[in-house]
Ligand binder design. Structure first.
Ligand SMILES: Cc1ncc(COP(=O)(O)O)c(C=O)c1O
Length: 390
């Protein structure tokens, strides 16, 4: 058994990030400025989009994206119930109505084949908001084609994706807007932070303006010699801009994204190999098809509860007793009190999401983990399955 607790997640901050931050602090420009511009340019070129707008969270990026595509009071946005709070709440910020579409129980992503059917019951459908769970892309061909045939916009929740690919295309270049997260557990981090990418000049401009009070120029333009004191408020915007201190960390992290991803792939590969011998008791997550790429932000196993004498809660506790931190992604939105009470949802309304939720456990997976750390997770799982299997 491990003597030290293995946290579920831990960021990988090295000398490169520290040097970038120190340079920024010495430079004296702390808020949105030259480093943020560089981070945006580097990010856009990494994913292959025309624009990248840096903000202080993925939640902010999603909010700005939905505002920019024109979601207004009463508009319906189709999304997956198997997601984090942010995906649903941003629809509500604008008075929109989240319309959940059940998931594919294997990939845990929105079941794209069900969208058309759900659309028939919508009164004012405006957009589809797919979430690429764990870093495995949704069936975007199908999402985009349904959207095109019903004049809907597509905003992607890509909080888990850098550097996910779908049929050779990097996520960030497919939907109208794609929103990334740099929260400290994510595949690259700025502590807190996010990015919205788009190829649409008008959407990029609107998101940029609304990210900083709806004013026509950002602080950098206003306060540098090239700028002036004058500005105009075009709309009541938000305060979502990313600071140069955060962008400094992001620039260094982005340069290491490939190295981080290779390590994540290696750990996922080791889990896949080792856990195949426990296939009586649990399912391992699907990899991406050969023309696509899994970011491996999360590694989610599904317990076979009928083959175990303990439930998921007890299983997570058993892992904790062995000094291994696990998590659950996600408690489906429709069973939370707010969505249940506001929209009258029952757990079985989305049976795949609800049943899958009871079986899932996210294992630790991050570049800083050593081979011994990975081995101890495998050892813990094996022991629990042996002791509590039936
Ligand atoms: C699927 C999903 N969407 C959105 C978010 C929100 O990201 P942020 O914390 O950067 O706002 C998260 C964060 O964990 C997430 O997992």
């Amino acid at each position: 058994m491990r003597s030290e607790f293995l946290p579920f997640s831990s960021p990988n901050i090295g000398e490169a990030e520290i040097a970038e931050v120190v340079e920024t602090l010495r430079g004296g420009w702390l808020t949105t400025g030259p480093k943020t511009r560089r981070f945006e340019e580097a990010f856009a070129s990494y994913v292959g989009s025309r624009h990248a707008v840096a903000v202080n969270s993925c939640t902010a990026a999603l909010h700005l994206a939905l505002e920019a595509i024109g979601v207004r009071e009463g508009d319906e946005v189709m999304t997956s119930p198997m997601t984090f709070a942010a995906t649903g709440e941003v629809i509500r910020y604008l008075g929109g109505i989240p319309v959940f579409v059940d998931i594919d129980p294997v990939t845990m992503n929105i079941d794209a084949s069900r969208i058309e059917g759900v659309l028939k019951r919508c009164k004012r459908p405006k957009a589809i908001l797919p979430v690429h769970i764990a870093g495995l892309a949704c069936e975007m061909d199908r999402v985009v084609s349904v959207a095109a045939s019903h004049d809907l916009r597509v905003v992607e929740d890509a909080a888990h994706t850098l550097p996910t690919k779908y049929k050779g295309r990097t996520i960030g270049t497919i939907g109208d807007v794609t929103c990334f997260s740099f929260y400290s557990t994510k595949t690259i981090t700025t502590g807190e932070g996010g990015m919205a990418t788009t190829d649409d000049d008008r959407l990029a401009e609107r998101m940029r303006i609304m990210s900083l009070h709806g004013i026509s120029r950002d602080a950098w333009n206003r306060y540098t010699e090239a700028g002036s004191w004058y500005y105009e408020i075009l709309a009541p915007g938000f305060k979502y801009n990313m600071s140069d201190v955060m962008s400094a960390i992001g620039l260094a992290q982005l340069r290491r994204a490939g190295e981080f991803h290779r390590r994540r792939q290696a750990i996922a590969g080791r889990y896949n190999d080792a856990l195949s011998s426990l296939s009586e008791f649990l399912e391992t997550p699907p990899d991406a098809p050969p023309d696509s790429l899994h970011a491996w932000h999360l590694y989610i196993i599904k317990l076979k509860l009928d083959r175990l004498t303990i439930d998921r809660r007890a299983f997570v506790e058993e892992m904790k007793r062995r000094n291994i931190g696990c998590s659950v992604h996600f408690i489906p939105l429709h069973i939370h009190p707010y969505y249940r009470d506001t929209f009258g949802y029952k757990p079985e309304d989305f049976p795949n999401a609800f049943q899958t939720y009871q079986r899932i456990i996210s294992l630790p997976l991050y570049p800083k983990m050593t081979e011994a750390d990975v081995g101890s997770v495998i050892g813990g799982l094996t022991e629990i399955c042996q002791r509590h299997g039936r």
